[in-house]
Design a binder for this molecule. Structure first.
Ligand code: NAD
Ligand code: SER
Length: 317
């Protein structure tokens, strides 16, 4: 029987992934864990364990003594925060991955999910319909850690037959928890500020186009990838995945159709340079061919759902 550990379960992706996995399996089979002492409300309906992924021995002990079969390793520093704390970002993003890969190599785990990102691409990558295999010269600490992580995942699969699977997520949009320090966070924040203040000052310039995806699509993709027959998985680094692409200006225009008084201004900061180094759109034909990926949520649908559901009371600023 599967016993799943989600590490970094208190974050933007983890909280929704835990709910989806508990619905699919059972509450008892899915243990949420995070470095946070208190389990977030949204996932309080099942087991929770405080765990620091950087405490290698504690993680090993927990996985082995609880007969964990599958790990979803989500703990990481995202792009914008990582630029502010490069040493710690490298440590967190890499050491945690090795702890989990080694557990699988030793036969303690059956399957690992570890997310990569569009940040693996860089300023020299063709940025429209970015192919799966192309030039990859990431210019951020975060992107370098994700690219290195991809290489190690593939290596552990090739050398030690570790069943590790990964997706290069685009910017993810959701309303149940706030995003955790990424360059694409503006595309979540804008909905909260539109609803609360009727205006939004964007940290990216108006024509900065980036690949994005609604969280429900990302969660479904993750579970579909993990359930796909092993022989279909031809990529053990990470799959390109595409949802939709838009600019701040385009997104604001769609919000304005629903909230006509909404106003957007632009004050680009250090995150502009990060965004400028990333693709505008993604070619995900390998995911479509290998495990039948198909996105559901268009930008229009995302705007409608977000404006109906964001709760500005979650905002701290
Ligand atoms: P997040 O910042 O919202 O959540 C990360 C969680 O990890 C937090 O709850 C945090 O408390 C926890 N954490 C931090 N340090 C930890 C530690 N030492 N031990 C255990 N837990 C720790 O991030 P997210 O958006 O949910 O992203 C999860 C993963 O997906 C990351 O690897 C990220 O790089 C990747 N990803 C996210 C996006 C996105 O748009 N959200 C896009 C591409 C890739
Ligand atoms: N959304 C993430 C970020 O902006 C991409 O990995 O950091």
């Amino acid at each position: 029987m599967k016993k799943i550990l989600v590490i970094g379960a208190g974050g933007q992706i983890g909280s929704e992934l835990v709910i989806a996995l508990r619905n699919k399996f059972s509450k008892e089979q899915v243990i949420a864990s995070d470095v946070k002492e208190i389990c977030p409300d949204i996932i309080q309906d099942g087991p929770y364990q405080q765990l620091d992924i950087l405490n290698r021995e504690a993680v090993r002990e927990f996985v082995i003594s609880n007969n964990i079969t599958d790990v979803y390793l989500l703990a990481a520093l995202l792009s914008a925060t990582a630029e502010k704390h490069p040493d710690f970002a490298w440590k967190l993003n890499m050491e945690g991955l090795f702890t989990i890969l080694d557990l699988a190599k030793e036969g303690h785990l059956k399957q690992i999910f570890w997310p990569s990102s569009i940040a693996v691409f860089g300023p020299t990558t063709p940025n429209v319909n970015t192919p799966q295999y192309t030039i990859m010269e990431p210019s951020t600490v975060y992107g370098i850690s994700k690219q290195a992580g991809e290489r190690w995942c593939e290596y552990y699969n090739n050398k030690f037959n570790v069943d590790v699977r990964s997706i290069r997520y685009p910017g993810l949009i959701s309303y149940t928890s706030l995003p955790g320090g990424g360059t694409t966070d503006y595309a979540v924040d804008i909905f909260y500020k539109a609803k609360r203040d009727g205006k939004f000052d964007c940290f990216l310039s108006e024509n900065t186009e980036l690949p994005m995806m609604y969280m429900a699509d990302a969660i479904r993709a993750t579970i579909e990838l993990m359930e796909a027959p092993s022989e279909n998985i031809t990529i053990r680094s990470a799959y390109n995945l595409s949802g939709c692409s838009f600019t701040p200006k385009g997104l604001a225009a769609k919000i304005k159709k629903i909230i006509p008084a909404f106003e957007i201004t632009y004050t680009p900061d250090f995150r502009q340079q990060i965004a400028d180094s990333w693709p505008k759109s993604i070619d995900d034909s390998f995911a479509r061919k290998d495990w039948n990926w198909e996105e559901e949520f268009t930008t229009d649908k995302i705007v409608e759902i977000m404006l109906n559901n964001v709760n500005p009371a979650l905002l701290t600023t």
